[in-house]
Write a protein that binds this ligand. Structure first.
Ligand code: MN
Length: 237
């Protein structure tokens, strides 16, 4: 099948798998549909904090970087910049990307589950390429829209809008603030960085300050000092 374009080539081109613990990924291969299509949201403190929404499609995870994260308020449209397709195995990745590598920083499995494609929105012609789907995750539920725009980000990725549709799951809760921990390990970003030898002070800027306070109260060995808006560690012992 040498003639088939490898959808993961851009993903692999950007990464040195000798240096990063991210998966190189098996060749893209659609899985049987009976277990449902996977979705994952990874909270990623790279040069900036963002949330990566990934939806399984045709054997890869189609991916968007959402700087402000998802909103449960249906009147809010969140910018979602499309990035390169990721391998399915990426949906299990939580840990450190070394500083200096592509996306260097800390990655958390913030939400995961399955999704179900929904028919086009009733009563209107969908924007070409628009995605309408129901999320069945631990934090994100109900109907969502991803609407492509004609704009491109400074980095060249197509800009989309991520919008929660009106339903019972549209609670308006500030879910990125109220549920800041990993669904896989229950850890904060700072704890993942600490455990895995990453940059704790950088990771901690992605955690709510009050969660860092609780962490320090519970684990006094983990001394993280708040200096202005920057958290700094005072040694790792
Ligand atoms: Mn990212």
């Amino acid at each position: 099948m040498a003639t088939r374009r490898d959808p993961l080539a851009p993903y692999r081109r950007r990464r040195d798998f000798e240096r990063t613990g991210e998966p190189a990924g098996a060749p893209a291969a659609p899985r049987p549909r009976r277990r449902g299509l996977r979705f994952v949201v990874q909270k990623h403190r790279a040069s900036r904090l963002h949330y990566d929404l990934r939806l399984e499609q045709d054997g890869v995870l189609r991916s968007w970087a959402v700087p402000k994260g998802p909103s449960l308020d249906p009147t809010v449209k969140r910018l979602a910049v499309q990035v390169e397709d990721h391998p399915l195995e990426y949906g299990s990745f939580e840990g450190i990307i070394p500083d200096g590598e592509y996306g260097g920083g800390t990655v958390m499995l913030w939400d995961r589950g399955t999704y179900v494609p929904l028919p086009s929105r009733e009563g209107r012609t969908p924007r070409h390429g628009e995605l309408h789907f129901e999320l069945r995750g631990q934090k994100l539920r109900g109907a969502w829209l991803l609407v492509p725009t004609r704009r491109r980000s400074p980095g060249g990725g197509q800009e989309w809008l991520l919008i929660k549709r009106h339903d019972e799951a549209a609670t308006g809760e500030d879910v990125t603030a109220t549920r800041p921990r990993s669904v896989a390990s229950k850890r904060l970003l700072a704890e993942i960085a600490w455990d895995e030898g990453g940059n704790v002070e950088k990771a901690a800027t992605g955690d709510p300050p009050e969660e860092i306070q609780k962490l320090l109260a519970a684990r006094p060995r983990r001394r993280i000092r708040h200096a202005g808006s920057v958290w700094t560690t005072q040694g790792r012992r």
